[in-house]
Write a protein that binds this ligand. Sequence first.
Ligand code: ADP
Length: 399
Amino acid sequence: MYIFVINSGSSSIKYQLWDFPSGKIKLKGLAERIGSPDGKISQKGEQTWEIKGKFENHKSTLELILNNLWDKETGVMNSPDEIGAVGHRVVHGGEKFTDSVEVDEDVIKKIEEMCAIAPLHNPPNLEGIKAIKNILPKVPNVAFFDTAFHQTMEPHSYRYAINESFYAESGIRKYGFHGTSHQYLMIKASELLDIPTNEFNGVTCHLGNGSSLCSIKNGCSIDTSMGFTPLQGLMMGTRSGDIDPGVLFHLLRNNPQLTIDKLDDLLNKKSGILSIYEKSNDMRDVEENMDTDPKAMLAFRMFCHRITVYLGGYLALLPEVHAIIFSGGIGENSPLVREEVMKNFAKFGIQIDSVKNRELKRGETGNIASESSEVAVLVIPTDEEGKIARDTWDIVYSK
Ligand code: ADP
């Protein structure tokens, strides 16, 4: 039996095929620039192929990908019936979803309602769900919300200090994102340290092109750095993260040519590491050049400074701390970032062993804390799609 996992973006679809009950991944793929003449689909694993061309929309792209899976000559399965369920990543579940759910008409209606507060993300997620329902009408679909894990935050964490009517009437509050990753990391860390999940306290640092921290008490999110949108919090690859909202008023008042859409684009796509280093948004390029290029050095220092400030605050919220967990493309692969952040916490009894930190291999899980550290410092590769695949299997077939 196969579980198909999809992450459907505005012009892209990331997908994976998993085999159950073995729990092994069979293949993964990415369709890019859907709707443009220079579209591309590439797939790797037990069936590898790549094609370029114009892929009209999400439905026709998914049809092409799925038809290939049961192609008579090259396919990995004999018929569509071998797909047991589909797991969908959905960005915004608002306050309506505190956990993953099997998709029915009511769930679709609620995700549609959430489009008002997630206009960029929820519509393409929904398009993916609707396309699969159309192509595989009998197959159950499960939705996983990036916001769900953070629904345990209390009002003093999630409310903004603005009039209550904005919250009550328009849902303006902190929601938080990367929930599947933070939850996965928390479960893995509690397994590694042999602590029951509902007793685990720690801070998860998901540091990738998009980055967020999460403070976790008794296995539940109590605060996280992303907010109403994924723009709040840390400095990211191309997102500004925290910025004084007064700057936005100033910019809009003083630049008649700057529209709201341009400002949105500026803060989401042209800021963060890219705006400081200027040559790239990739931490690898920053690290390679920071000894000779002051802009790269500034980008590195700003990135680590912001993590340090959030990490310090998030540790302070906890009654005791079992672990700090690093993950995401940067958290998993950059000993330099881990060292720069963690050196600030040695005075609080949390130390890393610099040899263990440097020698931990790519893709490996490990505890890089020194022998004397009072808190474990774990590096755990995140696995959002794997978690979605396993949970989809559990939800649909272990009922
Ligand atoms: P996304 O948020 O898009 O899922 P990832 O978690 O895949 O991002 O992280 C991508 C980022 O990880 C890249 O932009 C790059 O900056 C960083 N990265 C990957 N490998 C390394 C490395 N060896 N050293 C430093 N940074 C790395």
